[in-house]
Design a protein around this ligand. Structure first.
Ligand code: ATP
Ligand code: MG
Length: 599
């Protein structure tokens, strides 16, 4: 990078927030890379590194460089504005939290290895906050006294740490990451629902203003049930989450949560219960082939282990052979206990039979059945004896059923739970999550208030998170091409980039400098690539960086008194008369900002 000494120490113009309006590449830290970094798997990670937005410090821990930080500020500003508009009040809570609070809420024992714990010099336990329900409830139990103090919603934009088992995809799944988290406090359920809806709407406007294509889906809210949890998903093929949506009625849910009322299955013949020899048929496909029957005629019995205060407990889940069991649904069916598929050795120890032949017949273990399995007149089941199965096993008659639940994972084409039309499955990136907490924290942590009648009641809470870094990454997943990032105007680090092609030429330089001056005077965020480099190099860097508008200043065009303006997204080129250039650029920036900014 060549340094322009005349300008390196000049005073810079600032916007009302104290941020620079114009920067010169020669005096900026914006290192670009030609090659994809080897450790990056997804495009947003590759491009954020290549464009010099972030650098890795350690696994799942990233530095933001100046260019990346500018985009981060933009996003934070949008979030802040919408949160403030919705009446939430900003706070800033510490990253380091006393372990004592986590013991009070009960999460010290339940949060697991994602919680980074450490001790101070006095041997006191601390955690680096992965989230702030405990800290906020501690504030609120001291500060909220009566019904008059609510509704209240407090939010912050702050750093979290979760010791993720597989940090990956750059900012998308980091260990240290920035979250906007908000918490609402209300006097009762009805009021809490209003707070929830206000946040839901604020999130819709935030992601719309970012120019993102997103879907809102019902998410699993654990045994609380109901649709008290929604996730905001940016649609992208690289998303870690699968979502079910109905093109006909608009039903949308996370695959983990998507309900199924029914799905096609072909029952086995309702013959007498008959023992059949099935050598080496230890899995569904082999057995179906051997018996020449559809997989759905087989009722597979899977043994799960759960940990309870009284030690391990076992449950046999029965589901048609052509379907995958949904572990979140199973967990909810078990009242929140986490099911783990028993190992073949464990299954043999508990049932006395090798894997593949476990039977629901005469089971001592509790049986819960998928709704479709339970309604089948008959199926093929294990015989509880190696190399044998039974055909004609009638659920509820030949074997007991202790509970019937919707346990199967939805597949593309399954009937929508609302309108029966075939659903589709898409992939998405969870950028936001709204959750009705109810009294989950206020009861154990003693956060109550005096009602109108003077009686005490627990505060009803909600919590609302946005992954700030993840949203930036998601925006790039959705907006890029082979040359680099294509920022929506709202999130771009700069609004326009100026490329003087021949910086040794006085006319070129003076036009570029005066446009730079003029634009920054008008408040347009402008990057001037004043480096003495080949045009090809500068064009490549500009495309990689993805700033929406690019103005090229060349000897050739100046001869005709023109500048070339190119839209990064569409590639559309317009020629601008030199003396009208800055007004025209300003108009385009304003237009894009007003449009909700996808160009
Ligand atoms: P996930 O299911 O992706 O692990 P989560 O459900 O644990 O996320 P929440 O506790 O709901 O996450 O956190 C709120 C938001 O914080 C998420 O919607 C997501 O955008 C963001 N987030 C969570 N974990 C990470 C992470 N490891 N890296 C970056 N952002 C994250
Ligand atoms: Mg979540």
């Amino acid at each position: 990078m060549s340094r322009n000494n005349n300008h390196s120490r000049a005073a810079l113009k600032l916007n009302i927030m104290g941020e620079t309006l114009g920067e010169r590449v020669s005096t900026y830290l914006s290192p670009t890379l030609k090659e994809d970094p080897s450790e990056a798997e997804v495009v947003s990670h590759k491009l954020m590194i290549r464009a010099g937005l972030i650098r890795k410090l350690s696994s799942g821990i990233y530095n933001f460089l100046p260019m990346g930080l500018r985009s981060l500020w933009k996003l934070e500003r949008i979030i802040r504005a919408e949160m403030n508009r919705a009446g939430a009040k900003e706070v800033l809570l510490p990253c380091v939290q006393p372990g004592e609070l986590w013991r009070e809420s009960g999460r010290w024992d339940h949060y697991g290895n994602e919680l980074l714990r450490f001790k101070d010099r006095h041997d006191h336990d601390y955690v680096f906050g992965p989230t702030h329900e405990e800290v906020i409830t501690d504030i609120i139990r001291r500060e909220i006294r009566s019904f008059r103090d609510m509704p209240l919603n407090l939010y912050q934009i702050q750093t979290k740490f979760r010791d993720e088992i597989r940090p990956r995809f750059g900012l998308m799944r980091g260990r240290e990451f920035i979250m906007k988290d908000a918490y609402s406090f209300d006097i009762d359920d009805i009021e809490a629902d209003l707070s929830y809806r206000a946040m839901y709407r604020a999130y819709e406007s935030i992601f719309r203003k970012c120019g993102l294509d997103f879907a809102v889906v019902e998410a699993d809210s654990g045994p609380i049930g109901g649709s008290y949890s929604h996730e905001f998903m940016v649609l992208a093929d690289t998303g870690e989450d699968a979502l079910v949506s109905c093109p006909s009625c608009g039903y949308a849910a996370n695959l983990e949560k998507a309900q199924l009322k029914h799905y096609p299955a072909e029952p086995a013949k309702t013959s007498e219960l008959t023992k059949i020899h099935t050598p080496n048929c230890t899995d569904v496909p082999t057995l179906a082939k051997f018996l020449d029957i559809p997989r759905s005629s087989i009722l597979k019995s899977m043994l799960f282990e759960t940990q309870t205060f009284d030690g391990p407990q076992y449950v046999l889940a029965v589901i048609p052979g052509h379907r995958e069991i949904n572990l979140i649904k199973l967990k909810n069916a078990l009242g929140g206990l986490i099911p783990v598929l028993a190992s073949p050795e464990k299954a043999q120890e508990i049932t006395g039979v090798v894997k593949g032949y476990v039977t629901p017949l005469n089971s001592k273990v509790r049986i819960i059945a998928d709704q479709v399995a339970a309604s089948m007149p008959a199926g093929v089941v294990g015989a509880g004896e190696k190399d044998y199965h039974y055909t004609g096993a009638k659920p509820g008659i030949d074997f007991k059923i202790d509970g019937v639940f919707d346990l199967a994972t939805t597949e593309e084409g399954d009937p929508c739970p609302q309108c029966d039309c075939p659903v589709v499955i898409k992939r998405g990136i969870e950028v936001g999550h709204v959750f009705k907490l109810g009294v989950k924290y206020s009861i154990p942590m003693g956060a109550s208030f005096a009602k109108v009648d003077g009686q005490d009641a627990p505060i009803v809470m909600g919590c609302y998170g946005i992954g700030v870094g993840r949203t930036l990454a998601a925006s790039i997943e959705q907006n890029h091409d082979r040359d680099g990032i294509i920022w929506p105007m709202a999130l771009s680090p700069f609004q326009v980039v100026l490329l003087p092609l021949e910086v040794q030429n006085e006319e070129v330089t003076s036009v570029a400098e005066s446009l730079f001056d003029g634009l920054t005077d008008l408040g347009v965020e402008t990057l001037l690539d004043d480096r003495d480099l080949r045009p090809g190099h500068k064009f490549k860097d500009a495309d990689l960086l993805g700033i929406p508008l690019k103005v090229t200043i060349s000897k050739k065009n100046l001869a005709a008194n023109r500048l070339e303006l190119k839209h990064r997204r569409t590639g559309e080129v317009i020629m601008l008369p030199v003396d009208r250039a800055k007004e025209k650029v300003l108009d385009l920036v304003k237009e894009a900002m007003e449009r909700g900014s996808t160009s």
